[in-house]
Design a protein around this ligand. Sequence first.
Ligand code: BGC
Length: 526
Amino acid sequence: MPRGAVIYQVYPRSYADTNGDGVGDLPGITARLDHIASLGVDAVWLSPFYRSPMKDFGYDVSDYCDVDPIFGTLADLDALTARAHALGLRVITDLVFAHTSDQHFWFNESRQSRDNAKADWFVWADAKPDGTPPSNWQSVFGGPAWTWDARRGQYYMHNFLTGQPQLNLHSPAVQEALLEVVRFWLDRGVDGFRLDAINFAMHDPALTDNPPLPPGGPRTRPFDFQDKIHNQSWPGIVDFLKRLRALTDSYGGRFTVAEVPGDRADQEMQAYTEGDDTLNSAYGFTYLYAPALTPDLVRATAAVWDGRPGQGWPSWPFSNHDAPRAISRWAEGRDLSAMARLTTLLLMCLRGDVFLYQGEELGLPQGEVPFDRLVDPEAIANWPKTLGRDGARTPMPWTADAPHAGFSTIEPWLPIDPRHLPLAVDRQAADPASQLALTRRLIALRKAHPALQCGALTMLDAPEHLLLFERRQDDERLLCVFNLGHHTLDWSPPEGWQVIEAVNGDEGPLAPLSGRVLSPVSGAFA
Ligand code: BGC
């Protein structure tokens, strides 16, 4: 994968349904690969399609080496990969290695007794003398990170749902078993992996309590009260990542990206990618949950990722299947389509690999999902307090006038927001001024300019609300300027620079949400 790649995320449940059950499937993705290839992206990342009881919609895996029947078969995956390769697209799959489903046979065996062959494959611990859990650790989705199991008379640990028992990656046998899974998919021709919540995959074996955080910050879950240094973020995970990298390298040209949420993300992202023997990239959350898009946010990120040796290589998404769609999060009452144009240009100007989430190329706002249609357990439990993930997972609108927007023939698993219909692919396909056409153009812009794709990024001083930076690679220099504020700002390019791409206005003062990329007029700096 080239550094600076553009990777398109597909959430299989919501892409395209070909068997009429209201849930997207692998043949549906295959049928739509031409759409993905037409964007000009390098790769497609598929969220999990493995066998799963779907308590966390596939992030609770009960068989790492099979396709869930709801999505199709292994042969369907092979067909998808073959078609993707024919179109010049790499295929990246999701490895969920911090936990399995409680229906996985590894866990079924492990929970039977304290001395079976897989007894230590999960994180089991005795109760405290008063019967309470072994540590104060809390789960991401609310409530303690420990659940009692009467068979073993012990607690098992889970950082997410109770149905997602934590794998014990301190066990060499577990590491071997997981590397076997990686081999299985490499042998099937998969081009790379995204490692789900990988900084959650190793815990402090002493089960030390997490310290409390000082008061402050939003607290919707007990999880938010703790400095999470013992249930996650254990540095030993890097050794496992190196083993994984050695394996993918032995197949040549494969790609690995770690998903790294949490309070120490930048540090961990760098530790996971700093050498040639660690992962290729790490996927950061800086923009995913940011309530506002400000110059300071981009500046702070650039300061952390300033290109010093030993830093590794970041990946940036603005939206995904977990976070509310960026344009809705950042609009602050401004025009959503203008916001979509701006965010796409900014994303294509960032240093790192960039991830585009399905529907972002259409400028879809966050879907409205009424309470009685919610399916995300976290959203239901905490409604209306946490943002919930269903609104980012509503089905792709393919054909505005077809039933269910051409996604399926029956009512889909999540409702389609009526505001998405005029943004359907068929409506935008013929319109050169559409967000879809713009997305293709801006991806092509990134590809055409090594400075944007993989060059250095230097922040330049600018008045409040204005974001100004330079990208440079060898002798190519580009200036990128964005008005992230609510008011028009005066700004003139330095002498000798010309606009080569612009959104929301290409000359004169910078309108709110306008962005421009400039290059030196030929010969200007000769
Ligand atoms: C995935 C989520 C999932 C969680 C647990 C993540 O970060 O993106 O969708 O619920 O890991 O696997």
